[in-house]
Design a protein around this ligand. Structure first.
Ligand code: GDP
Ligand code: GDP
Length: 455
């Protein structure tokens, strides 16, 4: 590294940063209007339009990456929509439940100016049941005079209320310090996996594509309902299902089976459920209704899985209903609408007839294998050396940026760091990704490539 002009410490730092494993998840929950979205914006350090979203407008982005005091984590924002006045308790609770389920720690936001309401109490009960670490945020304490309001919230029995003004940033640093103390270094799922538990699958897709039908088909008589929180009364969420001679954990099947009848915010709710399931899973099986035109919503769901860095399988359902003409157009649609995930294994199934159910497990296994592939540094650099010699980066401004060396910093998904002598254009990065796939496989895996440029 040194002779290429990189400081060894920089190289090691870059590899460590790029190679981070799955990040722990923080959920921000609370009633509408207590300031959840404002707080999330504060935490992610962006003034993006989360708060400006109009009520009822679909917002499918619910997880964000954040960093505080050098530690990275994910934040799940449940502040995306306003409910009808009727049934507010139930919908706040249901939203919070999904978010808490997927989280490793929770920030519970209460409006200190209003004090604790019945809805707040309902969320407190949920938090108790879930048993996850909680940081209590007493929001809207914009000045010292509000501190007394915050102190009242000791009554909730969740420990110290942290007085915060999400709007002005007052107290958020202290609160985030408390969050870091509550948050484990790695997600709980990572520990479960390290202990050799069953692989975790999220079966996702827009409403009516056939998720519950497929689940019923594959589960058959073999279904075992797992209640991970034994002794509690909450709905079981994950199911162990035997498939192809192995046991798999389908996460959040309760969310698939449960019919959620919400008018306003139903889309957002579905997004939250999908995001939570994806966070808990290793591989996402995205189910698509082949009888309908592939929609923006299908694409969004695929994007969620890819952005979360999960292994991906595409399952085209309702194959029994497709005539020759539809199949022709479907192929064209898949090419154009899902071309960015052409690397994902694909199965054409029918949850109704059971067609090709036996192909599901090999596809899932292929995707998990690609997701875990590690290329030894020697092999990678031999490959990069040949590639760069045969296909150099185009000359820009009289200079030719070169990839000097690279390493795979992590797996699940595969993450690469390349060190270059100058700025590498997006087109060339894509070219490298394509060639990496051709050479090493990575079927079903999103690939991260970061490039460090020598100063
Ligand atoms: P959410 O529904 O819980 O996501 O709440 P929002 O983040 O959308 O905030 C609701 C309203 O409270 C907005 O008008 C915010 O500007 C306001 N708000 C949020 N945090 C604070 C705060 O710390 N102090 C004050 N005074 N207002 C706040
Ligand atoms: P979910 O909302 O994704 O869970 O979808 P459901 O499993 O409830 O299915 C929605 C509808 O599609 C139901 O009427 C199912 O009977 C039907 N359906 C699901 N899979 C298939 C399939 O493979 N073929 C046909 N013809 N219909 C299906």
């Amino acid at each position: 590294a040194a002779e290429e002009g990189f400081d060894l410490e920089d190289v090691e730092g870059a590899i460590e940063e790029a190679g981070h494993g799955p990040l722990p998840v923080l959920a921000v929950v609370g009633r509408p209007n207590v300031g959840k979205s404002t707080l999330v914006n504060r935490i992610i350090g962006r003034r993006e339009a989360v708060v400006e979203d109009k009520p009822g407008v679909t917002r499918d982005r619910v997880t964000y990456e954040a960093e505080w005091a050098g530690r990275r984590f994910k934040v799940v924002d449940t502040g995306g929509w306003e409910q009808d006045v009727l049934g507010i308790d139930a919908s706040v609770a249901a939203q919070a439940e999904y978010a808490i389920e997927a989280a490793d720690a929770v920030v519970f936001v209460v409006d200190a100016k209003v004090g604790a309401t019945d809805t707040d109490e309902a969320v407190v009960r949920l938090l108790r049941k879930a048993g996850k670490p909680v940081v209590l945020c007493a929001n809207k304490v914009d000045g010292p005079s509000g501190e007394a309001d915050a102190a009242y919230l000791w009554n909730l029995g969740l420990g110290e209320p942290h007085p915060v003004s999400a709007l002005h940033g007052r107290g958020t640093g202290d609160m985030l310090d408390a969050v870091l103390e509550a948050l484990p270094e790695a997600p709980a799922q990572t520990f479960a996996a390290a202990l050799g538990g069953p692989r975790r699958i999220a079966l996702i897709g827009r409403p009516n594509v056939g998720k519950s039908s497929l689940l019923n088909k594959v589960a058959g008589e073999e279904r075992v309902v797992v209640n991970e929180l034994a002794g509690t009364t909450r709905d079981p969420v994950d199911e162990l299902i035997e498939l192809g001679g192995k046991t798999w954990k389908f996460v959040d099947t309760a969310g698939i089976r449960k019919r959620v009848h919400l008018q306003q915010g139903a889309d957002y709710y579905a997004s939250l459920r999908t995001a939570a399931a994806v966070e808990k899973a290793e591989v996402a099986v995205v189910l698509i209704d082949g009888s309908e035109t592939i929609s923006v919503q299908d694409q969004r769901i695929v994007t969620m899985a890819v952005e979360a860095g999960r292994a991906l399988v595409l399952a085209i359902n309702k194959w029994d209903t497709l005539d020759e003409e539809r199949r022709y157009y479907l192929e064209r649609e898949i090419e154009t609408e899902l071309g960015q995930v052409a690397w994902a294994p694909r199965v054409n199934v029918s949850a109704r007839t059971g067609r090709h159910m036996e192909k599901l497990v090999p596809a899932i296994e292929a995707a998990l294998a690609g997701w875990e592939t590690r290329v030894p540094t020697g092999r990678l650099n031999a490959f990069l050396g040949e590639l760069v010699a045969a296909h150099p980066h185009p000359v820009r401004g009289g200079k030719q940026p070169r990839i000097l060396f690279g390493t795979q910093a992590g797996t699940k998904p595969p993450r690469f760091v390349l060190f270059a002598s100058g700025f590498i254009e997006a087109g060339y990065r894509r070219f490298i990704e394509r060639r990496l796939r051709e050479e090493f496989g990575f079927e079903g895996a999103p690939i991260h490539i970061s490039v460090r440029v020598r100063e």
